[in-house]
Design a binder for this molecule. Structure first.
Ligand code: AMP
Ligand code: ZN
Length: 468
């Protein structure tokens, strides 16, 4: 399996630290608003990588953080006159809903920066003790030039560097020994959330968060660190500096970065105002269409968002779903059971689709080519399976499409829509059964609803329900 490693600027064979296991850290969103579909790109791409690694038999420990303390969150909390923590809480919940609707699996762990402050203080203290960091008037800075390998990820020369990117706005920026030094801890400003530390009441810098959360949940050296390409410098470069100076071992073996999702060839971003939230897209499309659109490009190629491309993704998605629907119909209505000799021969070809699919994914997660295998398979299904096919043959073809779909996080079999009115009728019947002390029937209905993904809540105001 080959991954393009930003560290060495080439595709490299993937060798995990522990055979059979993979540790992955993906930088997650700052939760001050709904996520936009640009933020969704790394989520979709690296969720697909995780699914593929599991398909190949690896046990994957996947960690992705929520940055829940940040200038933008504080700004929003002031605008809306609610605590910063409440802003973060709200958008973590919304983000998790978007992820679920995009069929992005929850990470093994979703650490939150504010719950890891002790670790950040510990690592900052350690860096001071090792002389890689220093304190000035309550602010702690990392001594960038002291780390000789600084710049190795972004391939920048220290002397050409200006501390660019997302600079942390702190009072007393001029106290730094060197303009390249960056903040590990900064004192609070009036009204900001803060934590106590040996240096000041304040909060951590953004970069130290990820170093600490990766160390706590994955260890000092991890297999894969991923995120959008805008994070290479300074964020990931600084993570490397902090982690390697503190731990004395390489931080991550493979650095994977997705290219941007653009609009009119400019990065989709909140600050440019040229974005669509996942929630907005969901009003017009099944989010499986968004997933297909995103994975139909290679993750390292810039992808331009347009309604034409979304429409084309929609018709591709429908084509696959229709083929699966048709196979289900043929399975239900098959006249013969047991594959014929000719079918057994044909069924052997199915393996070829998995092989082509795996070869594409092995080549630096080429989801675009992997999708091509799915389309080939759909063509195979449409031409080889018909009313005369045996049930087993139709089933084998359907299973193959669903298997490849599942690795890509695609759901090609649409679940029957459960109508609100049906749910309410069942709830009424359950109430009547309870009144008649027919508890067995009442429980049966509860279980039936649970099977439909409906949870019942018995409240004082009556029975409420929600979809799981
Ligand atoms: P942020 O909340 O801005 O830190 O972004 C969360 C993640 O989304 C990071 O991995 C970013 O690199 C990524 N990201 C943000 N905007 C885009 C975009 N337009 N295209 C692709 N990835 C993006
Ligand atoms: Zn990070």
């Amino acid at each position: 399996m080959l991954f393009y490693n930003t560290l060495n600027k080439k595709k490299e064979e993937f060798v995990p630290i522990i055979p059979g296991k993979v540790s992955i850290y993906v930088c997650g969103p700052t939760v001050y608003d709904f996520i936009h579909i640009g933020n969704a790109r790394p989520m979709l791409v690296f969720d697909t990588l995780r699914r593929y690694l599991e398909h190949r038999g690896y046990e994957v420990n996947y960690v992705s953080n929520f940055t829940d303390v940040d200038d933008k969150i504080i700004k929003k909390s002031i605008e809306e006159d609610i605590p910063a923590q409440e802003v973060a809480e709200r958008y973590i919940k919304e983000c998790k809903q978007d992820m679920e609707h995009m069929n992005v699996r929850p990470a093994t762990t979703h650490p939150r920066a504010t719950q890891e402050i002790d670790g950040m203080i510990a690592v900052s203290s350690d860096l001071i003790a090792k002389d890689f960091a220093y304190e000035k008037n309550g602010t702690v800075y990392f001594r960038t030039r002291k780390f000789r390998e600084y710049g190795k990820l972004s391939h920048k020369n220290l002397d050409d560097l200006r501390s660019g990117g997302r600079s942390l706005l702190v009072t007393g920026e001029d106290e730094k020994e060197d303009p390249l030094d960056f903040v590990l801890w900064k004192p609070k400003k009036e009204g900001e959330p803060y934590w106590e530390s040996p240096w000041s009441d304040g909060r951590p810098g953004w970069h130290i968060e990820c170093s600490v959360m990766a160390k706590r949940y994955l260890g000092d050296t991890i297999d894969i660190h991923a995120g959008g390409e805008d994070l290479v410098f300074p964020h990931h470069e600084n993570e490397i500096a902090q982690s390697e100076c503190s731990n004395g071992v390489p931080f991550a073996h493979y650095w994977l970065h997705n290219a941007f999702l653009n609009i009119d060839n400019r990065k989709m971003s909140k600050s440019l105002g040229n974005f669509f939230t996942v929630r907005e897209i969901e009003q017009h499309y099944d989010l499986q269409v968004l997933r297909l659109f995103m994975l139909s490009a290679h993750y390292r190629s810039p992808l331009n968002f347009s309604h034409e491309l979304m429409e084309s993704a929609k018709s591709s998605y429908e084509r696959i779903c229709n083929a699966v629907d048709n196979l289900s119909f043929l399975i239900e209505n098959a006249k013969t059971e047991g594959m014929s000799e000719a079918e057994k021969e044909k069924a052997k070809e199915l393996e070829g689709f998995t092989q082509k699919f795996d070869a594409a994914m092995d080549d630096d997660i080429n989801t675009a080519d992997a999708f091509a295998s799915v389309f080939d398979l759909v063509r195979f299904a449409n031409s080889e399976v018909n009313g005369d096919s045996s049930k087993e043959f139709a089933q084998a073809v359907k299973d193959e499409i669903l298997l490849l779909g599942d690795i890509l996080g695609m759901i090609f079999e649409k679940k029957a829509e459960v109508l609100d009115s049906d749910i309410e009728a069942l709830i009424e019947e359950r109430q009547a059964a309870r009144k008649a002390k027919n508890f067995a029937r009442a429980d049966e209905i509860r279980d039936q609803l649970a099977g439909m993904g409906i949870t019942l809540l018995d409240t004082r105001e009556g029975v409420k329900w929600k979809r799981a």
